[in-house]
Design a protein around this ligand. Structure first.
Ligand SMILES: Nc1nc2c(ncn2[C@@H]2O[C@H](COP(=O)(O)OP(=O)(O)O)[C@@H](O)[C@H]2O)c(=O)[nH]1
Ligand SMILES: [Mg+2]
Length: 455
């Protein structure tokens, strides 16, 4: 399908044990032949059996560049469905760069980000939802996120989408058959059956759409700002939740002057915790900037952990925070449970509160449960993990849903069948977008440009 042969360093730039240079395309084996010198009695890549590994050197202008292993994989049983060669060389920037330069000198061109996966998609090995799952898998930050990506890569979502689309196409074929034979009106019971099938399709779209929030959370994480008055224990709490000392803890109020952000795995949910500096008091311009950043972090946060010092009575500052934060989803963290309790919360505030000690770790597990419950209403069901849709799928399914609702209304109102068919067509197309049955070049560019080079 493609005439040119692409190449890239597929491993992260930096020092490591190995680096891999990946080559794909019609000329992949010829390119490898051009820069490979096999060990004694070894063969050239173009003579090697598929899925074998050759030992030798990469050379350039007659000089050895690096000692390598070359994996030869012939089309179509490869990642891209093209001939693929993967050269494992010494890790580190220079060996990998010397190898890629030798490969480029033999006729390959540098791949764009995501271009290998894009070829896998365009050559029909993956559909679009599966290709997106490759990126999700690479970027996953918790086991749960990884599992969801694996399910999507394995085609769980795609199969459901294809089934939905096929069903809608079947209904469309029915409707169109009646357009072609205008004398035959749709019999009432046939109409009833079509309506029933459509409403089942609609239910199914709703089911998928319900996973969108969780899908977004698994992919992007949730931002949780840790707020409260100085010395309540915000930085101590961050450290407890991360399981290591990230922020400086001190009895001097105002120690944290900048916001600190770290991701932790909370019951499978990636949560980005932000330790804020003060929200009010600023004695100098560094603190003023700290306050500005804290405010910004607060605005961007989806949930709040409001830390209160349980060893002291509620102060006016605490009170003002309580009313200020009431509207955002939050947990009240009553800290210093190891000391004598002095804090009295009004009863209406107690529901979402948890007593912890950031000194002993007491209550931290219960707090994690609360955070999970706040983010994730109800348990995550196994079948939801299989089909966590992303924002693009959500957008396409919302349009498909609207079109299906229109179709149902038109069919019920006895509108002309060619009008019904127009709506139904729109629904089929929108569903098809999820798996890439209907795409535009812009869409593909925007998806694959978010990948790493070499993937
Ligand atoms: N006894 C006790 N002291 C705590 C606890 N959590 C934090 N502290 C102390 O409270 C002070 C302020 O803590 P820090 O985390 O820096 O508060 P921040 O200003 O809100 O970030 C430090 O001296 C901590 O050691 C706790 O659970 N129990
Ligand atoms: Mg602090």
């Amino acid at each position: 399908m493609f005439d040119d042969t692409i190449a890239a360093i597929a491993t992260p730039l930096g020092e490591g044990g190995l680096a891999v240079v990946r080559v794909s395309g019609k000329q992949a084996l010829a390119v490898a032949d051009g820069c490979f010198r096999p060990a004694r009695r070894g063969v050239m890549p173009s003579r090697a059996d598929s899925h074998t590994i050759l030992y030798g050197h990469i050379t350039r202008e007659g000089r050895d560049v690096d000692e390598v292993l070359v994996a030869v994989m012939r089309a179509p049983r490869t990642y891209t469905r093209e001939d693929v060669v993967e050269i494992s060389c010494h890790g580190g920037l220079l060996p990998a760069r010397a190898v890629i330069e030798a490969v480029l000198a033999c006729g390959a061109r540098m791949a764009l980000p995501g271009e290998f996966t894009q070829r896998a998609f365009l050559n029909g090995r993956l559909d679009l939802a599966q290709a997106e799952a490759v990126a999700d898998l690479i970027h996953s930050r918790t086991d749960l996120a990884m599992r969801a990506a694996q399910e999507q890569l394995a085609g769980k979502l795609s199969r459901r989408i294809h089934a939905l689309r096929d069903d809608l196409l079947g209904i469309l074929a029915h409707v169109e058959a009646h357009i072609d034979f205008p004398d035959e009106d749709i019999a009432p019971d046939t109409r009833g059956q079509l309506l029933e099938r459509l409403s089942r399709g609609l239910d199914f779209m709703d089911e998928l759409l319900r996973t969108a929030t969780e899908g977004r959370i698994l992919r992007r994480g949730v931002r949780a700002a840790i707020v409260g008055r100085p010395n309540a224990g915000k930085s101590s709490l961050l450290n407890q939740l991360l399981g290591h000392d990230r922020a400086i803890v001190s009895q001097t109020p105002g120690t944290t002057r900048d916001t600190i952000e770290e991701t932790a795995n909370i019951r499978g949910v990636p949560v980005v915790f932000i330790d804020t500096a003060g929200l009010r008091e600023a004695r100098d311009d560094i603190e003023q900037e700290g306050v500005r950043r804290s405010r910004e972090a607060l605005d961007r946060a989806e949930i709040l952990l409001h830390v209160l010092d349980g060893s002291e009575p509620l102060t006016a500052v605490d009170e003002s925070f309580l009313s200020e934060f009431a509207a955002k989803p939050h947990v009240l963290v009553i800290n210093k449970a190891d000391l004598t309790v002095q804090l009295r919360l009004p009863p209406e505030r107690q529901a979402r509160s948890v007593r912890v000690s950031c000194l002993s770790g007491e209550g931290i597990e219960a707090l994690k449960d609360q955070v999970r419950d706040l983010v994730w209403a109800g348990q995550v069901k196994a079948e939801m993990i299989e089909v966590m849709i992303n924002a693009r799928h959500q957008d396409a399914l919302n349009r498909a849903r609207a079109a299906a609702v229109q179709t149902i209304a038109a069919l019920r109102a006895d509108e002309p069948l060619d009008l019904v068919a127009v709506d139904l067509h729109a629904a089929v197309n929108a569903v098809g977008e999820v798996v890439g049955k209907t795409t535009t070049e812009d869409l593909l560019d925007s998806i694959f440009s978010q990948f790493c080079i070499g993937k």
